[in-house]
Design a binder for this molecule. Structure first.
Ligand code: ATP
Ligand code: MG
Length: 398
């Protein structure tokens, strides 16, 4: 489609009817409208408003449809969307004329018309409208009608005194509008799993704050660059992100001095979680998210996850807990984080990591191994020295 077809100056967005049912619905829709306004502000969208069960975006002539569509695919809470033309009144002859004028040089093998009435007072039923308009298109173009698997579907949205039409619909990201489910913090490494875990929670309407533990200056800054890139990508969905960089190299050095090798990884995780717990409280986040998966590595046994959980009263959410690596990798590819995740870096957990971690740690032995560490001091100073980065999309927005 490329440049905007000049007579199709709108986009119609449909949200998930079922997901948005219930008492929160008006609030959810208002949030989606607000998110859309902010995320499309620089893409030639002049107006966004809720309109009888759908959302209408008005486009100015500078709008590039492909660019806009790419952004719309990243917005949570959208079931599908399409570029749309508009006819004032509900005269089906006029509708068919406008559709025919905008069909351009399309040559589908078959087509159908699919009508939806937002206002059920309209005298014809949806199938009657489809037959009327479909008949006129068939007469003008000579195309074959195929109701079950057409090459082209002409969608009609019959509102009270206007009609929107579009050709095909694109699938949206689904989920719930960003922000409706409250705030969580996510432990974001530069690996494949944790970005997918963060994405899952964003998709469920959570505002996700990212926390990254790095070992600079002992190791390079590569892992920080990667998580910043991932956070930047996700900010195109959640409007604003907070990325907290916590220096972890010195902490690991301290752990190595006193903790026997098998328990080190668990104690690193417990320290990460304690720091995340504090950062969550500071920003009123209600849960901690990680990319852990049962059995994926030795440190992620059920026993060890329980020992890790014991340091926080916040729920620890692990959206990938039951997934195979290849499923997670496929998802990382489809959401666009995979190419960033596979950039080589020096993860803080490769530093000082023993070959044979304990697979069945207990709280008692872990607490004993931690006894020599000044835990509170470590947590305090990590938080005091953490650096917070704020990301916005579009970037210019304050
Ligand atoms: P990932 O691919 O997400 O790094 P992984 O399979 O490598 O996961 P681990 O390295 O054992 O698993 O880490 C388990 C989880 O702990 C990660 O998914 C992430 O949530 C958190 N985590 C690990 N390292 C870091 C880090 N450097 N900064 C922030 N979180 C981390
Ligand atoms: Mg990792």
């Amino acid at each position: 489609m490329g440049q905007l077809n000049t007579s199709m100056k709108s986009a119609i967005v449909h949200y998930h009817e079922i997901a948005l049912k219930g008492g929160n619905r008006p609030w959810f829709i208002a949030r989606l409208v607000r998110n859309l306004r902010a995320l499309t502000a620089e893409l030639g969208v002049t107006r966004v408003r809720a309109l009888m069960g759908r959302i209408k975006l008005e486009l100015d002539p500078t709008a590039e449809w492909e660019t806009l569509a790419e952004q719309l695919r990243l917005v949570f809470g959208i079931a599908n969307f399409a570029q749309a033309g508009h006819v004032l009144g509900v005269d089906l002859d006029k509708v068919a004329d406008a559709v025919l004028a905008d069909l351009g040089d399309r040559q589908p093998g078959s087509f159908r018309v699919s009508a939806r009435r937002a206002d059920k007072r309209y005298p014809l039923t949806s199938p009657q409208i489809e037959r009327e308009v479909g008949g006129r298109i068939k007469q003008a173009k000579g195309w074959t009608v195929n109701l079950s698997a057409p090459d082209l579907t002409v969608h009609l949205e019959m509102l009270t005194d206007e009609v929107y039409y579009s050709f095909g619909k694109q699938r949206g990201a689904g989920g719930l509008p960003s922000g409706v489910s409250g705030r969580v913090v996510c432990l974001l490494s530069g690996g494949i799993d944790s970005p997918v875990a963060a994405y899952r929670m964003m998709k469920r309407g959570c505002q996700v704050h990212f926390i990254h533990f790095h070992s600079y200056p002992i190791l390079s800054k590569a892992s920080q660059d990667k998580v910043r890139e991932i956070a930047r990508l996700f900010t195109r969905s959640q409007l604003r992100s907070r990325l907290t960089m916590v220096a972890f190299g010195e902490i690991q050095r301290q752990v190595v001095l006193t903790v026997p090798p098998p328990l080190r990884v668990i104690i690193y995780r417990r320290l990460m979680l304690r720091i995340a717990d504090r950062l969550a409280h500071n920003t009123r986040a209600r849960a901690v998210v990680t990319g852990e998966v049962v059995g994926q590595v030795a440190s992620q046994t059920l026993e060890n996850l329980a020992v890790i959980n014991a340091v926080t009263r916040l729920p620890v959410l692990r959206p990938l807990v039951g997934h195979d690596k290849n499923e997670i990798t496929d998802e990382a590819r489809s959401i666009g984080t995979y190419p960033i995740s596979i950039i080589p870096d020096q993860d803080c957990c490769q530093l000082f990591t023993p070959k044979h971690p304990a697979t069945r740690a207990t709280v008692v032995e872990t607490e004993a191994a931690e006894a020599a560490l000044p835990i509170d001091e470590i947590v305090e100073s990590a938080i005091a020295e953490a650096l917070v980065e704020h990301l916005n999309f579009p970037a210019k927005r304050p």
